[in-house]
Design a protein around this ligand. Sequence first.
Ligand code: LLP
Length: 432
Amino acid sequence: MHSFRYVGKELSCEGVTIASLVKKHGTPLYVYSQATLEDHFGKLHAALAPVDHLICYAMKANSNQAVMRVLANAGGGFDTVSEGELRRVIAAGGDPAKCVFAGVGKTEAEIEFALKAGIYCFNCESEPELQRINKVAARLKLIAPVAVRVNPNVDAGTHAKITTGTYENKFGIAFEQVEGVYARAAKLKNLRLRGIQTHIGSQLTSVKPFELAVKKLLPLVTKLKAKYNFEFFSIGGGLGIIYNPALASSDAKWWQSAAAKDILTPATYAARVVPLLKPLGLRILIEPGRFIVGNAGILITRVEYVKKTGKKNFVIVDAAMNDLIRPAFYDSYHEIIPLTKQGGATISSDVVGPICESGDYFCKDRPLPKVGEGDCLALLSAGAYGSVMGSNYNSRSLPTEVLVHGKQSAVVRTRQKVEDIWANESVASWLK
Ligand code: LLP
């Protein structure tokens, strides 16, 4: 479910029209729906209800303070990957005791910060990292809670750049090595072996790879739990979302097919994975990013020019790959719709940004309603890995962000002032 839909002919977010937000705040503009965030968090919470669980929202997907506050208020913890992210949790009023800290390259300073903040657990990705955490904890006279991230060597069948759980990837410790690593870690005096973790990839649309990974890990987790008195098993994030509704057929027969039954939803997850986890008697952690925030955000852009080349119809808009890099980076699909519902004729279009790169496009050869200068378009499903992957390429400011709640809306990030882009730069003294 998401809360962006046409009310009459006007695209709206909850009880607010997008056109009214554009009028107030200009474009490019990110709009987030609080109801959608809460709904998605709530659905996962309900799916996991049969087991003791903690949802650690993978804030890398969207770390806007308001988004994080919504999820903290809903009872969520956070999956963090840097000191910066942990600091953001604290700034947003989140609880470090509900945070895990992942990532292959934790520095000593980051480990020290996380230990002092009192995080729930470090998800460790190598043996040298376990040794480093032990060393820092010993210096601080603290005990560090750790879990080993297991690489189960299961192919998630997702885009190569977001697959993480095979031996081609830099993440985790190989399945076969995990027992030995725990045995050696158990000898390190300033570590507490609190649990075990895995994460196989992102944007998984089938429940099968999750099922395979959990089935593969169950005997190992059961054995290690008994040995080290584990408290939790984290099954990572990766739950995919629907970017292109045309692919999710509305045909009733299709929805009853085997392929449809394999589609990953909180319900299929609950039906197929939760029964496997329950007998473990462990607390289950889950680290969803995209599932919670992906369809809770859209990016609005204004048409600057329409250029017909004979071969192509280029719709040149004021947002660019610096605002939303996913199409350029992963060839990803984002639905593009007008702010006012239109029927009738479409025209095959390339929607492109103003950046001087051929990769700066949002779609190619897609049938879209005819638009002209000044019209606005909405890029859907832009809530996850949109704003956070933004840059200042071409000295373009980061856009305004707005959160909608019912009939209310609030600016949750102001448009970056153009001078702020170079505020930290200086001219070397010999050039003055
Ligand atoms: N846990 C770990 C250890 C992760 O590495 C990730 C994502 C997550 C959780 C959250 O995954 P999610 O539930 O959001 O799929 N920029 C890419 C996605 C990169 C994902 C990186 N890791 C994109 O735009 O598709």
